[in-house]
Ligand binder design. Structure first.
Ligand code: C2O
Ligand code: CU
Ligand code: CU
Length: 466
């Protein structure tokens, strides 16, 4: 197994020098570059065109309801000139983007045509517990079976869906898609680009991971693709990091950060880079003007900033004219909530990359002591990282506010469902526990979650919380 993967990686390195197969503007984003893909593919005629994943068709005429069908099935992936057995939804990886407006009801009919059980989890969406697709106390959807997910979405933002059964393996092999919830009061950009970034890793027998792309990151399945614009434009970029392991530190000239996990920021930010851990999302306004530029990821190591060159993720072509004025995004004067006097729940993250044992409060899932918070009340959760690597901490069924990082409030209010916990740092979260259930809380580096860094937070009637 190991030597096969090493051989694959070597082949990819070789392929990196060759030309990728051409794709026309209508080519859907997919890992499958078609029958011509491979080391013997013909002459490359131009850059790969980056487009958003095709969207799912709404089968319900009722304007209040979006009903879609997703079929999970095997599908070979042509990656870096090689074929590997992969998976897809409706023949796509990334799967179809699901788009709805806040307040609409989403019905997803999942057909499992895999050889293994699977589920759908709605990452970042406060769904009823029975719709969460997490395995905890719920049976997965068996091969050949189907299941209908049905819930109303009240939050606007960029979310994603993925299996929560054999998660590292199924996500790594292509099962993921974007879920976009629009707020009709927000300004409309000239174009929207949905990009799911994936490191296309593969688990090794020793629990480690080696990238299929020799360390490169695919954007909607493509490496080195170009976003083309016939004219200057303001583009709403919705970025999702679906990598099992890989952190992205997104950077480009004139970066405008407009939203994080749970929708628009109080005020547009213009930092030099934005960190996107596994599971994380962010939205940006790309101003397509006279200059082409690369959307890049800065070097990032498991313990923070790395060294080396920025890696281009995709190129934004020139719009052939002067840059347009940016959109006036709505602002809010919501402030960061006060620093709490006391903590209700403490999660201490420990472990190491040598043993691949990753722990919360000294325990590995499922041998975990479950903590509870009272339904309908505010609780404060401290997540303290005493391990040598960072962890993107994710809680199901809720959004939370980050109130301090190492005791310091963030510069502006951020509502998240996945938050990076730096090495030797403590992040304090403010949670309105308004969704009853027993919610998974885990590191979204999927090998860490499977190595034990997972627990359940019970949201229970006030009298039942300890
Ligand atoms: Cu992206 Cu437990 O989930
Ligand atoms: Cu989740
Ligand atoms: Cu982790």
């Amino acid at each position: 197994m190991r030597s096969l993967v090493v051989a694959l990686a070597a082949a990819l390195l070789a392929f990196g020098a060759a030309c990728p197969p051409a794709a026309g503007p209508d080519a859907g984003p997919t890992l499958d570059a078609g029958p011509d893909a491979g080391p013997d593919a013909g002459v490359h005629e131009g850059p790969l065109v980056l487009v958003s994943p095709a969207e799912a068709v709404d089968l319900d005429p009722d304007p209040g309801v979006v009903r879609v069908q997703l079929r999970a099935h095997r599908r070979d992936q042509h990656v870096g000139g090689r074929v590997r057995a992969g998976y897809a939804y409706n023949s796509q990886s990334p799967g179809p983007t699901l788009r709805l407006s806040r307040g609409q009801r989403l019905i997803v009919e999942l057909q499992n045509d895999l050889d293994d059980p699977t589920t759908l989890h709605w990452h970042g969406v406060a769904v009823p517990w029975a719709m969460d697709g997490a395995l905890w106390q719920m049976a997965p959807v068996a091969p050949g079976e189907s299941f209908t997910y049905d819930f109303v979405v009240e939050q606007a933002g960029t979310f994603w869906y993925h299996p929560h059964f054999d998660t590292a393996h199924q996500v790594d092999h292509g099962l993921y898609g974007a879920l976009i919830v629009e707020d009709p009061t927000e300004p409309v950009a000239d174009d929207e680009l949905v990009v799911l970034f994936d490191d296309l890793g593969e688990e090794l027998d020793d629990g480690g991971v080696r990238s299929h792309l020799a360390g490169r990151v695919a954007a909607n399945g493509l490496v080195g693709a170009v976003y083309e614009s016939p004219a200057p434009r303001r583009v709403r970029l919705r970025a999702v990091n679906v990598s099992n392991e890989r952190y992205l530190a997104l950077a480009w000239p004139g970066l405008r950060h407009i939203a994080s996990d749970q929708g628009l920021l109080p005020v547009v930010q213009e930092p030099s880079s934005v960190l996107l851990g596994p599971g994380d999302r962010s939205e940006f306004e790309l101003l397509v003007g006279p200059q082409a530029f690369d959307v890049t990821t800065l070097p990032w190591a498991p313990a923070g900033a790395g060294t080396g060159d920025a890696e281009p993720l995709f190129t934004v072509e020139s719009g052939g004219g002067p840059a347009p004025a940016p959109i006036a995004w709505p602002t809010s004067d919501d402030e960061v909530s006060p620093t709490p006097g006391a903590i209700d729940v403490l999660y201490v993250l420990s472990g190491d990359p040598v043993t691949h044992r990753w722990l919360i409060n000294g325990e590995t899932w499922p041998d975990s002591t479950l903590q509870s918070v009272p339904l309908g009340e505010i609780s404060y959760i401290a997540v303290r990282n005493v391990s040598p690597t960072e962890h993107p901490f994710h809680l199901h069924g809720h959004a939370f506010e980050v109130v301090t990082v190492d005791g310091v409030p963030p510069p502006y209010r951020t509502i998240e469902d996945t938050v990076n916990v730096p090495v030797q740092a403590e992040v304090v979260l403010r949670l309105l526990a308004d969704n009853p259930g027993e919610w998974m809380a885990h590191c979204h580096i999927l090998s860490h979650a499977e190595g034990g860094m997972m627990t359940v937070l019970r949201v229970v009637e006030p009298g039942e919380a300890e």
